[in-house]
Structures are given as C-alpha cells and as structure tokens.
Design a binder for this molecule. Structure first.
Ligand code: GLA
Length: 741
C-alpha cells in the first residue's frame, strides 16, 4: 500500500521514501517528514517553540507556542500569521487576501491524476495511486485540493493544487504554487540550472543561507537563463551518498522557484507559475488547476535522484510511439547552409549522408515564404518554390528514394512583420495598442491565447503534414515574449494571458500528436530555451543548445542530464572551427560528445575528407548499436567537469551485464599520473573485460580499440578504477566498454 491514513497522519510510501503529513487538533495540515522509510509516525519530530512576534491563530487560545509563523505547514496562505513565503495568495471581492486553510476531506483514487489541457504524468492505474487532500477556508467557501500522485517504483510524487471557488463573490488567484515542500532544519546546498543563450543549464551550486533565493523565468517560456528544475542536497550529499530532493515543473512558460531558509532555520521549496505574470479570476463554481511538479527524494545520493527523474520523464511524461523506440540519426542543414540553399544543395547533402548510413534529412529554416534571412517570411508556411523548385513533395520524394526519411523545421508561434500573414492579420500578434512592440530577432509573437490563431496554425500545419511525407518536425521558438495584451480578454483578466498562451500551445501540440502520430516532434527554442518536462510530453527530444562546440557541450549536457534523460537531448556533430566558439575539436571528440543524446550531424558532409567520411560511417553504426544502452541504461556522472579537468559519464545496463563510459579530457598534462575512472552499476562479483578506445592526439580521429586480456571483478573496477592512457592535445575523447567476460 503506497498511501495510508491513520491517527490523522497521511503517509505516502514509495519504494525507498516516506512522505508524511498530519492534521493537527486545529485541523491544520502540517508537513511532518520527507525522507527515509522509518516504519513509524514521525510527528514526534515536530517542534513548537514560543517565539515573540510570531502570532497565534485565534482558536489556539492562549497557546503561544502554536504559530503558523514557525510551523512546517503543508500549504501556507496569507492572513494566519505566517509571514514567510506563501503557497497561495488570492483576493476576494472586498480586496481581502486572507485564507485560513483547514482540513476538509480526502480521497485516494487509483492511477495518477491529470490536469486538463496541461501536460501531465501518466502511468498504468494498477501501478499508481493519487491522494487528494481537500482544504477549506475556515471563513468562506474557497477550497484548495492538494494532489499527490504516487509513482511507487520511481520514488516520485506528482504534485499540484486545485483552487475551487464556491463562494458567492468572484475571487482572483494571484499565486498558487504547484509545489510547497518543507525540508527541515538541515543545512542545504542547491543545484540550479542557469545560463544564457548558447550556454543553457549550467549546474550552479549554492549554499542555502537565511533568506529567500529566487530562480525564475519571466520570459513567457521556461528560458535559457534558468531551468524550471532544482535539486537541494543536504551538506555532504554526493553522487553516491546523502539526502537530496529534486523538483521539475511540468510546464514551459514563466515560472518561479523560491527557496526560503526561514527565521527558524527551516528550508522550504516553492515552485509554480510566476506570480509576476499570472492571475486568474474564478466565479462561483469555477476552479483552477495548477501545472504539475515532479518531486523526488533520494537518500542515497544524486545518482539515484537522477535515475528517478530519467525514468519518470521517459516512461511517465514523454508520450507517443517514438518515446521508447530507437530514433533516427539525422543530418540537419542549418549550419551547413544557413538560409542559402536550393533543392540541389539539399539533395547533395542528403545523398552524401545516406551513403554514410544516416537515416533522416532535416530541412531547417528558410524553405518557406520570403525567407532569405531572418528579416522576413515567418508565418508564411508555404513552400518557397524559387528555392525549392517543384515544391516540398518532389524534394521529399527524391530524399525518400535515397532511403532517407524527411524532417522539416517550423516556428509556428512567430511572425515576421514582412510576411503575408502579418499583413493579413496584424491583430493576431502580441502587441499593445498605442505602443511599439518589442522586436527580437526581428520577429513578433503570435497570440496563442486566441483560439482563432491556434486553429489557423493547426490547419496550416495539418495541410503540410498531410500532403507531404514528413516524419519529423523541428518546432522552434526564437524569442522571449513581451507586450502581454490580447483583445480577447478584459482588462481585469489580462494577467491570465501568459498561461492561456501556454494552454493554446499545448492544445496545438496535442492535436498534432493525436492526428499525426507518425510524425515525431523535436522541441527547440534557439537551442534549449524551452527544455522542460512540459514540452517533453509532446516532443521526445529537444535540441539541447545552439552551441554545438563539443567542449562546451560536455558542460551543457552535464547540467541537462541531472534531471532530463539522455534520449531527450538533441545533440549533433558540427563543423570545425566551431561556428559559435571558433574552437577546433577532433571528429572523434565531436562524435563521442554528440552520442550522449539523440545523435545527428549538422554540417555539409561533402566538405569533409574521405578519411573523415569513413569515421562518420563508423560513428553512425556505433551509435545505432549502442543506442539501446545509451537510452535505456542507467546514466551516471563519473566526475564533475568543473572540478576535475575532464568530463566522464557512463551508461550501465540495468542488469549490470555491460557498460559504456565516454568522456573528454580537457587539457593535456605533462609528467602527471594517468587519470583514473571509477565505473558504477557493475555487479561486484562478476568478471568483466575492458576495451579502451582512446585518441592519442587530436589528429587521431579513429582511435583503435584495445581489449585488456585480463579480467576484473566488478568490485575491482568500481573501487580500483580504470587507468586512462597517456595522450597529447586538448579535448581528447575516450570510450571504455565493459562487458561480462
Ligand atoms: C534556432 C535553432 C537553430 C536553427 C535556427 C534557424 O536558432 O536553435 O537550430 O534552427 O533557429 O533559424
């Protein structure tokens, strides 16, 4: 039984963790415990100090020690004497913001709850349960239901909140967190994933000190600058030992994560829609459901937490036939041609790629409208026959005849002012009447909160997909949103627009998924600007970053993979010197790094040497062979690239029979000891053979495989490590294959 209720205590058990809440004598829902399974009611840990200036709820009478300002509440509000970060904030018709939430009822239902119109975790009903606890304002008919969907094997709790207004007047929700979780008085460090365009999701570590830390996006999409996910680890938590908690928002719009260490030294995490860009009006009988958050806890270090998220996102978030299947190795023409191409150039790239074993040609930006640069054409989703004579169908036919699938780039949410769509429908863009809109990459954003706009785009995309044999769409989104205004909403509801935009986007993606199940969508936003568990429901993979430099990618992918599975990470080999950084890395290094994801190429393969072509053939074959292990194995970080001068990661078969380790040594060192790598996930008493593939210099693009004749026990390898050979040059990649003898 994963959920039990006894002595007013709610216990949620997963395979390795226990989450407990208690309804106290005043009907207030307290957070009691999140951590190891103890087989016990943990309410004895609660602590009620008498603290000056921390007020008491009225019905506590003279009990000065009973204060919401010091307690560990499960979902806090304004107006009951808690001055810390609240979970919920509403205003009623009198302008009053107080809510005094008390326990009302609960329900346990089979399966996972889901949120209408929003991406939601899913699972077999038999495997999961949902606990719904209903709270009610003591003084009005406002209800808040907290949902806890339990995915037992993954140590995962899916959270959200639902606000229902049954009072006679209208209320406005100004804030409604999806996640509010107290983590006690321990010292914590947090890992958040910040960055910028072309350097997304850097793993940033910070100590949690007194006060409030905010990690957020106000850009209308989840953003390059901060990812909607976070990990808090107790001091001393490492990859293999210690306590940590992670949360990932299943949402792609603006968000806010608050980490507060309060005046009692208690830490809490609050995650949800960003209140700066949100409000929602509820009339009598109406309700609002927040997006979901995935919450997990590991008491055995970060690697286990990562495993919980990887499995959940792959098997309970991402949907569709491509989710767990193998994915095509693709060639994308963006960095090969940018906007300058015609059908001959594309066919030539495709033909060469087909000869090297690549499965799919993806035609990037520039195939439609008057799109010769990023100044014009967005919105005109009609093929540009001056570039592609004979249109898409003819080109696709030729590419299919080469044995290649065909994929197409689109950026459906955007419009150029110089486009037929904008000229016909200037009222469809997000723009404030009487003010100049903000332009970004010369483009404006379409108003996806307006169903008419979304319907138009569905028809346009559906027409393209049903009249052409397209098997993949790269769905881009190349700017942040500003100028929030829509003629479709009254002034007092304008702050509903950012969330309504997301509802419009999700409805469009869902319609495409439902009606074109054979088309795989890859998410993209100027690289990985919208890399989140929300998008991953509709797109099994997302282009990780516009930065394709192999050296930088080891850092970007390191940060990305704390939460997101390897199969979700779009990753390509591109030309050197790299177009973003000017850095030159070897074809071997570029191949090894790009294999840690959904693999492809993004360069003109006609321009590489014959020797390099032979290497590409081997890389493609090798990736296809290893893809089941790379996607389905347990992923481990073997070191921290920020600290150790190298990146190394591993995929271990879940039954411990084999493992593949890959990595890059950043700088050659003279007269130093050989570097050592410690594999994980092997069976201690089984015997393994190790094959090394290590370049001896940057020029060595096809390093030989050398198998060690000696065999080693799993324990010997995991504790003694494997020595890496000497090498010369910077950014040299290596691979180690470990197989049962
Ligand atoms: C974005 C994407 C790139 C490419 C360009 C095309 O920047 O991330 O991969 O598709 O748009 O304009």
């Amino acid at each position: 039984m994963s959920i039990t209720v006894k002595n007013n205590i709610f216990s949620i058990e997963t395979a390795n963790t226990l989450y407990q809440m208690k309804v106290d004598s005043f009907g207030v829902l307290n957070h009691v415990w999140y951590g190891e399974k103890t087989g016990c009611e943990m309410a004895f840990c609660q602590n009620y100090p008498d603290v000056g200036f921390s007020g008491n709820v009225y019905d506590a009478g003279n009990q000065r020690a009973y204060s919401h300002d010091t307690m560990s509440l499960e979902y806090s509000s304004l107006g009951t004497g808690d001055y810390r970060v609240p979970a919920i904030e509403i205003t009623d018709e009198r302008g009053v913001s107080s809510l005094d939430l008390r326990f009302h009822s609960y329900e346990i239902t089979p399966g996972l709850f889901s949120v209408k119109g929003l991406p939601s975790a899913y699972a077999d009903a038999a495997d999961c349960k949902t606990l719904s606890i209903r709270l009610k304002d003591k003084f009005s008919e406002v209800y808040v239901t907290l949902n806890y969907g339990v995915i037992f094997d993954r140590d995962m709790i899916v959270r959200n909140a639902c606000v229902l207004n049954e009072s006679n007047g209208e209320i406005v929700i100004n804030k409604a967190a999806s996640l509010f979780v107290n983590l006690g008085t321990d010292d914590y460090e947090c890992l958040h994933f910040g960055g910028k365009y072309a350097f997304e999701r850097s793993a940033m570590k910070e100590s949690i000190t007194d006060g409030i830390k905010v990690f957020e996006s106000t850009r209308g999409y989840s953003s390059h600058q901060e990812n909607p996910s976070i990990i808090l680890g107790r001091k001393g938590c490492t990859e293999d030992v210690g306590y940590c908690v992670g949360a990932a928002f299943v949402y792609s719009g603006s968000f806010k994560t608050e980490v507060e260490k309060d005046h009692m030294g208690q830490t809490k995490v609050v995650m949800g829609l960003n209140p700066e860009q949100f409000s929602w009006n509820l009339k009598k009988g109406e309700s609002f459901e927040t997006p979901e958050v995935l919450l997990s806890c590991s008491t055995s270090g970060l690697a286990k937490l990562t495993k919980n998220f990887h499995k959940t996102i792959r098997e309970n978030i991402t949907r569709g036939k491509f989710n767990l299947s193998s994915r095509p190795v693709l060639i994308n023409n963006w960095e090969a041609t940018y906007f300058t191409f015609d059908e001959e150039k594309i066919e030539k790239i495709a033909r060469q790629a087909a000869e090297l074993g690549i499965d799919m040609m993806v035609l990037d930006d520039g195939w439609f409208g008057k799109r010769d640069s990023d100044l014009s054409g967005l919105g005109d989703w009609f093929v540009n026959e001056e570039k592609l004579h004979g249109g898409l169908a003819k080109l696709i036919e030729k590419i299919n005849a080469m044995g290649m699938k065909f994929g197409l780039w689109m950026e459906p949410e955007m419009v150029s002012e110089d486009s037929d769509l904008y000229r016909a429908h200037p009222e469809w863009v997000i723009k404030i009447p009487g003010r100049d809109p903000v332009r970004s990459r010369y483009q404006l954003v379409l108003d996806f909160s307006n169903p008419e706009v979304v319907d138009y785009l569905y028809e346009r995309i559906a027409d393209i997909l049903s009249t052409n044999h397209i098997e993949y769409v790269k769905w881009d989104c190349n700017r942040s949103i500003s100028d929030w205004y829509t003629p479709t909403l009254p002034a007092n509801r304008m702050k509903e627009m950012p969330h309504r935009y997301m509802l419009g986007l999700y409805s469009l993606l869902q319609r495409i998924n439902d009606n074109f199940p054979d088309v795989m969508i890859e998410g993209c936003s100027g690289g990985g600007g919208r890399f989140d568990a929300g998008m991953l429901q509709y797109c099994p993979q997302i282009w990780c970053s516009d930065n394709t430099d192999a050296h930088d990618r080891t850092f970007i992918q390191y940060g990305t993979n704390f939460i997101y599975p390897v199969s979700a990470v779009g990753s390509h080999v591109s030309a050197v010197p790299n177009h973003q950084t000017g850095r030159t890395t070897s074809l071997n290094t570029r191949g090894v790094v790009a294999m840690c994801g959904s693999f492809g190429y993004e360069l003109d393969l006609n321009k590489i040497s014959e020797e390099e072509k032979q290497v590409v053939i081997k890389q493609v074959a090798r990736y296809k062979d290893k893809q089941p292990l790379i996607y389905g194995g347990d992923y481990y970080r073997l070191n921290d690239p920020y600290e150790s001068g190298m990146a190394a990661w591993e995929y271990a078969a879940t039954d411990g029979t084999s493992a593949l380790i890959q990595g890059v040594i950043y700088r050659a060192e003279v007269t130093s000891l050989k570097k050592r790598i410690f594999p994980k996930g092997l069976v201690e008493d089984r015997c393994y053979r190790v094959t090394k593939r290590m370049a001896t210099s940057p020029e060595d693009i096809a390093p030989e495989s050398v198998t060690d004749e000696q065999s080693y026990t799993g324990k010997a390898l995991m504790t003694g490590g494997i020595l890496l050979d000497n090498y010369k040059g910077d950014d040299v990649a290596f691979e180690l294959e470990i197989k049962l003898k």
